[in-house]
Design a protein around this ligand. Structure first.
Ligand code: ATP
Length: 239
């Protein structure tokens, strides 16, 4: 059974339909990528499927249950965790504090600290536990974003452009962790601009353009898809 079902979801901002009748599902332990040109509606769709943004129409179900209208902490408690594009942390908190705060979703303080310490080891940040997040390299900030998600013990993680700003070489570290987590059964939905990253990582892709779903399929199918080429390059000269 699908772990996430996006069912005819639309989002209007005034007269603008930012997301228009989008439907897809995600199977357990799958990595699904969402791609599309600037302004295609990726961030809006991300907000809709993480429960942060109420849809104007349609339904989003996680493990068979509608998450529309649920507060973010309830969505997280169900096992659906999301990253944030901007690394949001309080200046006075250490890396360990930040991850511990996320672990408090399910555990009292003492246990949360233990869990957070284990998560930092999992992503390779254990030696940075006492540092201030703002002092971390961009790559480590991305790993911290992943650690915050993991600390909530999710079954599914939504990643919003988590590779943005990294070189392809730097992206390999978080990508290896993501692949490994998937092998242990965690499902991922990734919104990503960096095409080589998403093409090499996702099992399936959903392509948006002007808020509409123009294609869905494996990376190979998507590369060969005429509507996708048109969306990205305005190009129909390949026929
Ligand atoms: N809160 C909002 N109010 C009004 N319009 C919005 C709002 N959020 C997004 N939009 C509009 O909805 C459309 C889709 O935007 P969205 O940010 O979802 O696209 P995107 O694919 O994530 O773009 P990018 O790749 O540039 O981040 C755009 O035209 C945008 O201007």
């Amino acid at each position: 059974m699908a772990i996430l079902e996006v069912d005819n979801v639309s989002k209007r901002f005034g007269g603008l339909k930012a997301v228009s009748d989008v439907s897809f599902s995600v199977e357990p332990a799958e990595i699904l990528g969402i791609i599309g040109p600037n302004g295609a509606g990726k961030t809006t769709l991300f907000g809709l499927i993480s429960g942060f943004l109420p849809p104007s129409a349609g339904d989003v179900r996680f493990k068979g249950q509608s998450i529309v209208g649920l507060p973010p902490h309830r969505v997280a408690q169900l096992g659906l965790s999301r990253s944030f594009q901007i690394v949001q942390v309080f200046a006075a908190m250490s890396v360990l504090d930040v991850v511990t705060t996320a672990a408090l979703l399910r555990h009292p303080m003492r246990e949360a600290i233990k869990r957070a310490t284990a998560v930092l080891e999992r992503v390779g940040l254990e030696s940075k536990a006492e540092e201030i997040p703002g002092s971390l390299s961009l790559q480590d900030k991305k790993l911290l974003e992943l650690a915050k998600c993991l600390a909530t013990e999710p079954q599914m993680i939504l990643l919003d452009e988590v590779m943005a700003g990294l070189t392809l070489g730097e992206a390999q570290v978080p990508l290896a962790i993501i692949r490994d987590l998937r092998s242990s059964g965690i499902t991922f939905v990734m919104v990503e601009h960096v095409m080589p990253v998403i093409m090499n990582t996702a099992d399936r892709l959903v392509v948006l353009n002007f808020g509409e779903q123009v294609a869905a399929g494996t990376p190979d199918e998507i590369v060969a898809n005429d509507r996708v080429r048109e969306a990205y390059f305005g190009d129909d000269s390949h026929a």
